[in-house]
Design a protein around this ligand. Structure first.
Ligand SMILES: [Zn+2]
Length: 294
């Protein structure tokens, strides 16, 4: 996948994670506890850490300083989704509202509750942000059996390229959930779920997931028309990812912790089918996963 020559989005943010607890704010609070409240310095430090950590995300714009490969990549893919979805919304006579993407390490606070790296990538409708932990790419290379971190084998650039479209696909899928939120689809699904049994509700959620896959396919089609970014093997890569990564989380606002839904994302074949349908058509009208068989 070609991405190096395109500009990035201004909507990528970094959340301090562990750093938040040990940052300047933590030190100031510790000093106050120690000097003003006469607390034992070590206890003061630990208290300050826990206070600032639970205070949640110190979300900051990404600066030039921390523009590592993964951050730049995420930023370009997010910009690609913005360009495509602005265009599609305009065609529908609507306005696309860009989501923010939060890169975090360790733990993060969202409107859907707090999450850790173990939660996996997720979209929170409550704050309209996509959350991605920084260990995600390495883990994905590992899960897909891509030898990105094998030492001394092959050249770095080729290893770096391995799996990049699969990574983009996952981001596009999460942005797909954002599109569902903007179009009011997610709200309808949530309302409908309240009237349904657990099993029926889960089936509806599977349909919602498959639509996000289809939207990711639509994005790939339209982005290809726009910037010809696909390279040989990319589609196979995404299909492989679609069939192997059933692990994203559409977070629901329910208490302190992000509660991953305990439904499947559909079978591998269903995921591949809907991605391909979006990819071949470039038309979200082909992404009605809610009526008929899936
Ligand atoms: Zn999803």
């Amino acid at each position: 996948m070609k991405w190096q020559d395109r500009g990035g989005s201004s909507n990528v943010r970094k959340s301090g994670g562990k750093v938040a607890g040990g940052g300047i704010l933590g030190l100031i609070i510790a000093a106050v506890l120690w000097l003003v409240f006469d607390m034992n310095p070590m206890t003061a430090y630990q208290t300050a850490q826990s206070v600032t950590a639970s205070n949640g995300a110190e979300v900051q714009p990404v600066s030039e300083m921390d523009n590592d490969r993964d951050t730049r990549f995420v930023s370009v893919v997010l910009a690609d989704t913005e360009a495509v979805w602005h265009q599609i919304f305009q065609e529908m006579g609507r306005t696309y509202k860009e989501p923010e993407l939060i890169l975090f390490s360790g733990r993060v606070q969202s409107a859907c509750g707090s999450a850790t790296s173990a939660t996996g990538p997720f979209y929170c409708p409550g704050d309209q942000r996509v959350y991605l932990d920084t260990s995600f790419f390495a883990e994905m290379r590992h899960n897909l059996g891509i030898s990105g971190d094998q030492q001394g084998s092959g050249d770095a650039e080729n290893q770096d390229k391995a799996g990049d479209f699969a990574q983009a696909y996952v981001i596009a899928h999460e942005v797909g959930h954002h599109v569902q939120t903007l179009l009011g689809i997610s709200q309808k699904v949530n309302e409908a779920r309240r009237q349904l049994s657990q099993t029926q509700g889960n089936e509806l959620s599977v349909r919602q997931e498959l639509q996000a896959d289809c939207f990711a396919g639509v994005w790939a089609n339209r982005n290809q028309q726009r910037v010809q970014f696909l390279e040989e093997g990319d589609i196979e890569e995404a299909l492989n990812a679609a069939s192997q990564i059933g692990d994203d989380r559409l977070a629901q606002a329910s208490g302190r912790e992000v509660v991953p839904d305990n439904f499947t994302h559909g079978t591998s074949q269903q995921r591949v089918n809907w991605f391909v349908r979006g990819l071949e058509s470039g038309d979200i009208g082909r992404c009605d996963t809610f009526s008929g068989a899936i």
